[in-house]
Design a protein around this ligand. Structure first.
Ligand code: ADP
Ligand code: MG
Length: 235
């Protein structure tokens, strides 16, 4: 049983894009890969799978890439309609999110796959309730962390703070991904070099700006070799 926790320097930095690519790359190594989006905000009501409920686009994409069919409520236990901070969205509907619920759902998925790719929400320290953050879920799951860095002005600080906090919690930063989320960024090369010198974790890939890229194409720019060591899965 093994998993990876995918976090990012911010919201909209490419966590889903990279999580899908990582799933495809792990599948190409012969692994049975499932996914989880523990908490989502920005959902629409849908019942086309026979189970009426709120659906999040990230979770649906991850589900479509999964090697095994996981019930929606298991892969995305907490789904909220407004696209706002999840713990605030939860408050609006009188829900207190509990890590235990997420841990149990994840264990269920782990039983059905070689590797579970868990996509966080927002950045590393997004709150889930009054006391805890998604980082506490990563700690509870004890999964190595992959940090997706959206290359843009400000990413150095966000990336280094995230890496420091990941390690301060005793977790392994199994690798990071340089995601070129815009064509308008200057000094891309210098930013990636600066991070390579400071993050002290393997650069799993540099993902070019490509709006059309599907999981397979993203996978071609990723090296999951160092990840396989962290999660001790033998393909
Ligand atoms: N390398 C890339 N090239 C082009 N567009 C990208 C790239 N990575 C992400 N995007 C786009 O940027 C937006 C945010 O990416 P997403 O993966 O949803 O981020 P997050 O999961 O961190 O919120 C999406 O529209 C996605 O298609
Ligand atoms: Mg996402």
């Amino acid at each position: 049983m093994a998993g990876i926790f995918v976090t990012g320097t911010d919201t909209d930095v490419g966590k889903t894009h990279i999580a899908l690519g990582l799933m495809a790359a792990l599948q190409q190594r012969g692994l049975c890969v499932a996914a989880m989006k523990p908490v989502s905000a920005g959902c629409e009501l849908d019942g086309s799978d026979g189970d009426q409920g709120l659906r999040n686009d990230d979770a649906l994409q991850l589900s479509a890439q999964s090697s095994v069919a996981i019930p929606y409520r298991t892969l995305n236990p907490y789904a909220f309609e407004p696209a706002i901070a999840p713990h605030i969205a939860a408050q609006v509907v009188g829900v207190t999110m509990q890590l235990g619920v997420l841990e149990r759902a994840c264990a269920e998925i782990e039983n059905q796959a070689d590797v579970v790719v868990v996509e966080g929400a927002g950045g590393w320290l997004v709150p889930v309730n009054a006391r805890q953050t998604l980082a506490d879920l990563a700690v509870a799951l004890r999964f190595p962390v992959v940090l997706v860095v959206g290359i843009r002005l400000g990413c150095l600080n966000h990336a280094l703070l995230s890496a420091e906090s990941i390690r301060a919690r005793g977790l392994t930063l199994a690798g990071w991904v340089a995601n070129e989320i815009s064509t308008q960024v200057v000094c891309v090369e210098e930013n990636i070099t600066a991070l390579s010198q400071r993050l002290l974790a393997p650069l799993l890939g540099r993902i070019p700006y490509d709006r059309q890229a599907g999981a397979e194409r993203t996978a071609a720019s990723l090296d999951v070799g160092p990840l396989l060591e962290s999660i001790s899965v033998k393909p």
